[in-house]
Design a protein around this ligand. Structure first.
Ligand code: G3H
Ligand code: 13P
Ligand code: ZN
Length: 291
């Protein structure tokens, strides 16, 4: 069932577990994610980026998610979130489409511009009872600066004092932290960078809103568990789902050379996503936490 993020976030904060925030791109990945959550009887966040909106169309992808989430067999709470929104107009469109949470990612802009745009989004979203996530520091993106993030993490990390000031000025609900985490497949193939848990601990001493861990694909189970203890309340997974989806499809096409039915081909990817989501949910502590 589709529910406001506010509701499941409050419960997860009280229960000291993290919510998985899984990126979807199409019908099959959406089905896989939601089936994984149903198998685990867990609350989850399902999220789309601006590139997915450009790919699928906002109404199409939103309807796919809503219809599957609201199916009578889907007896778990699911919150719909905009991931890495860059434009105010996207935020407005997503809120009008029924999202209960949005991220405004102005982390590539100057401090002043980040604060200004984030404040504008918070004002609009809070009037409509929608939560806002923003990013401070810089979480790298594969193919753009992943290598630099791995090699020179310090300048990208979230500064604890800046975080205090940022939260005070903007009134955001959740904060995406840069603690050495990076986005993308690159790290799954070439090694995951060090996660600076001591930096997270310093931020946590001063900032009392839930943190969001982006780029969590490939981060070790041990680091994930420690990060949750230090205040990470939402964990974003995209690349591992893409990888497992693509590998399953590659395999079935290799093994069954005559196969042309798109439903059979894509179902193999959907099943792989379903399993991976279930595994992540166990790690995040949200297994069996659906209320
Ligand atoms: O954090 C971003 C997502 O993992 C991927 O973004 O949908 O723009 O490729 P994208
Ligand atoms: P990964 O692709 O590294 O899992 O990151 C996902 C993410 O942070 C989406 O916002
Ligand atoms: Zn991200």
């Amino acid at each position: 069932m589709l529910v406001p993020l506010r509701k499941i976030l409050k419960q997860s904060q009280r229960g000291k577990y993290a919510l998985g925030a899984f990126n979807t791109h199409n019908l099959e990945i959406t089905k896989g994610i939601i089936q994984g959550a149903v198998d685990a009887h867990a609350p989850i966040i399902i999220q789309v980026t601006e590139s997915t909106i450009n790919y699928a169309g906002l109404q199409a992808i939103t309807q796919i998610i809503k219809v599957i989430a609201n199916d009578s067999l889907t007896k778990v709470p699911i919150a719909l979130h905009l991931d890495h929104g860059k434009k105010f107009s996207t935020v407005v469109a997503c809120i009008k489409a029924g999202f209960s949470s949005v991220m405004i990612d102005a982390s590539a802009l100057s401090w002043k511009e980040n604060v200004k745009l984030t404040k504008q989004v918070v004002k609009y979203a809070h009037q409509r009872n929608v939560l806002v996530q923003a990013e401070l520091g810089h979480i790298g993106k594969e193919g753009v600066d992943t290598r630099q993030v791995i090699l020179r993490p310090e300048k990208y990390l979230t500064n604890p004092d800046d975080a205090v000031e940022f939260v005070k000025l903007t009134h955001i609900d959740t904060l995406a932290v840069a603690i050495g985490n990076v986005h993308g497949i690159y790290k799954l193939r070439h090694g995951v960078p060090k996660i600076h848990l001591n930096r997270l601990a310093k931020i946590a001493q001063k900032v009392k809103i839930p943190f969001v861990l982006h780029g969590a694909s490939g981060i070790s189970d041990k680091e994930i568990k420690q990060a949750i203890k230090l205040g990470v309340g939402i964990i974003n997974i995209d690349s591992e789902l893409r990888m497992t989806f693509a590998e399953a499809i590659r395999k079935i096409l290799r093994v069954r050379k005559q196969l042309v039915d798109p439903r059979a081909i894509l179902l193999s990817g959907e099943r792989a996503v379903r399993e991976r989501v279930m595994r992540k949910i166990k790690l995040f502590g949200s297994f069996n936490k659906a209320k």
